[in-house]
Write a protein that binds this ligand. Structure first.
Ligand SMILES: NC(=O)c1ccc[n+]([C@@H]2O[C@H](COP(=O)([O-])OP(=O)(O)OC[C@H]3O[C@@H](n4cnc5c(N)ncnc54)[C@H](OP(=O)(O)O)[C@@H]3O)[C@@H](O)[C@H]2O)c1
Length: 338
C-alpha cells in the first residue's frame, strides 16, 4: 500500500523530509480496526515529530494523527464497529501514524464519523476535539451542564488555531463566558464566529484588557500556545481558586509559586496520554468523539476545516507541513485521497 513517511529528520524544504513509500498492508487483530484512510489532517505534532535532528530510521516512520475513513476489516475482539462503518479518530503517538492507505487503530479511541460531515471535514476534527474536550472537562473539571457554569468565565489563549476553534465552541456550549485571544483581524473575526463572546490580543498583557471588558479575573485559563511566554500573564488573569491548563510543552520549568497566593491550580493536557499509556479509561476518547459527532450532526458544533489539499503524497504533505509550520493556521488543514 501507499504511504508517506520519513527516514531522515530534515527541514521541510528538503525533498527527503517526507517521501513516498510502498509498505505492507497491515492486518487487523484483537481490538484493532483496519481503516481505509480517506482524509488526514496535519497538526503541529506532525511538524514537531518531523523536526530536524541527527537520527536516521532503518524502517520508515509514518506520521499523521488525525484521520477519517472506512473500516475495511475488524480484529476478532472488536465489538464497537463492523466492516463498512465510517469512522474518525486521532490514534496513538506510540503507533505508526495514519498517512497510509490503510491504518490500524484500537476501537476504544475511534468513533463513528459525524454523518453530516464529509471525510475531509471529519478528518479535521478528532485530535483537536479530544484535546479541547479533555482539557475543559477532564483537566479543568468544568461541568458539561450549562446550568452549573452560570457566571463563570474562561480565557482561551490562541482561540483561532486548530484546538482553539473547537475549544471556544465547546466552552460556549458549556455555558461559560468565553474570552478568546487572537492578534490579527482575520483571527479575531474567526474567533468571534466560533464561540468567543469577546476577544483580546495575546501579544499584550491580559489583565488590563480584561479589565476593559469589566472582567476582574477569569475562573479558567486554557493555554494553547507558548506556555512560558504567557505564564505570568495567566497567573495575573486567573481569579482566586481558579484553574489553568496548558497543552503546550515548555523548555524551562514554570514558576508555580506564582499561583500559590490565589490557590490556583495548573494541569497539563496531552491527548495521547490515554492511548499511549493504554489507560483503563481510554474508552472515554471513543465516547467523547461519539458525543461530538452528535453535536456536529445537530448543528451545535461547526467543523473547523479551512484548507483542503487534494492527494495524499509526499509533495502535498510537505506543502501541508510548510503551512502548519508558519504558525498562522486558522482552523484546520486536511489532505484528502490517495
Ligand atoms: N498537548 C496536546 O495534547 C496537544 C494537542 C494539540 C495541539 N497541541 C499543541 O498546541 C499548540 C496549538 O496547536 P493548534 O493546532 O491549535 O495550533 P495552530 O492551529 O497551528 O495555531 C495557529 C495560531 O497560533 C496563533 N499564535 C501565534 N503565536 C501566538 C502566541 N504567541 N500566542 C498565542 N497564539 C499565537 C496564531 O494566531 P494569531 O495569528 O491571531 O496570532 C495562529 O493563527 C501547538 O503547539 C500544538 O503542538 C498540543
Amino acid at each position: 500500500m501507499k504511504a508517506v513517511g520519513l527516514y531522515k529528520y530534515l527541514p521541510v524544504s528538503d525533498e527527503e523530509s517526507l517521501v513516498d513509500l510502498e509498505v505492507a498492508k497491515p492486518k487487523a487483530a484483537g481490538h484493532d480496526l483496519l481503516v481505509k484512510v480517506k482524509a488526514v489532517s496535519v497538526n503541529p505534532v506532525d511538524v514537531k515529530v518531523r523536526a530536524p535532528k541527527d537520527k536516521v530510521e532503518t524502517e520508515p516512520k509514518i506520521l499523521g494523527w488525525d484521520a477519517a475513513g472506512i473500516v475495511e476489516e475488524v480484529g476478532e475482539e472488536v465489538t464497537l464497529f463492523k466492516t463498512g462503518d465510517e469512522v474518525y479518530y486521532a490514534g496513538s503517538i506510540a503507533r505508526p501514524g495514519c498517512n497510509s492507505e490503510y491504518h490500524l487503530v484500537e476501537e476504544s479511541i475511534a468513533a463513528k464519523k459525524p454523518k453530516s460531515l464529509n471525510f475531509a471535514e471529519a478528518a479535521a476534527m478528532p485530535l483537536t476535539t479530544i484535546t479541547a474536550w479533555e482539557a475543559l472537562f477532564d483537566r479543568l473539571g468544568i461541568s458539561e451542564q450549562p446550568d452549573d457554569n452560570k457566571g463563570r468565565s474562561i480565557l482561551i489563549i490562541n482561540a483561532a488555531g486548530g484546538v482553539g476553534s473547537i475549544a471556544t465552541q465547546l466552552a460556549q456550549f458549556a455555558g461559560l463566558n468565553v474570552i478568546g485571544t487572537a492578534s490579527r483581524p482575520e483571527t479575531e473575526k474567526w474567533t468571534k464566529a466560533h464561540g468567543a463572546d469577546q476577544v483580546i490580543n495575546h501579544h499584550r498583557d491580559f489583565l488590563p484588557q480584561l479589565k476593559e471588558l469589566d472582567v476582574q479575573g477569569v475562573d479558567y485559563v486554557l493555554c494553547l500556545h507558548s506556555t512560558e511566554k504567557h505564564w505570568a500573564n495567566m497567573a495575573e488573569a486567573i481569579a482566586p481558586q481558579g484553574r489553568i491548563a496548558s497543552i503546550v510543552e515548555v523548555d524551562r520549568p514554570l514558576d508555580v509559586q506564582q499561583l500559590m497566593n490565589k490557590s490556583a491550580s495548573f494541569s497539563w493536557e496531552f491527548m495521547f496520554t490515554r492511548p499511549a499509556h493504554q489507560t483503563s479509561d481510554r474508552i472515554k476518547q471513543h465516547e467523547l468523539l461519539g458525543k461530538a459527532a452528535e453535536l456536529f450532526d445537530s448543528g451545535q458544533l461547526k467543523a473547523t476545516l479551512t484548507k483542503t489539499i487534494h492527494g495524499i503524497n509526499a509533495k502535498n504533505m510537505r506543502q501541508a507541513h510548510e503551512i502548519v509550520e508558519k504558525d498562522k493556521m486558522i482552523g484546520k488543514l486536511v489532505v484528502e485521497g490517495f
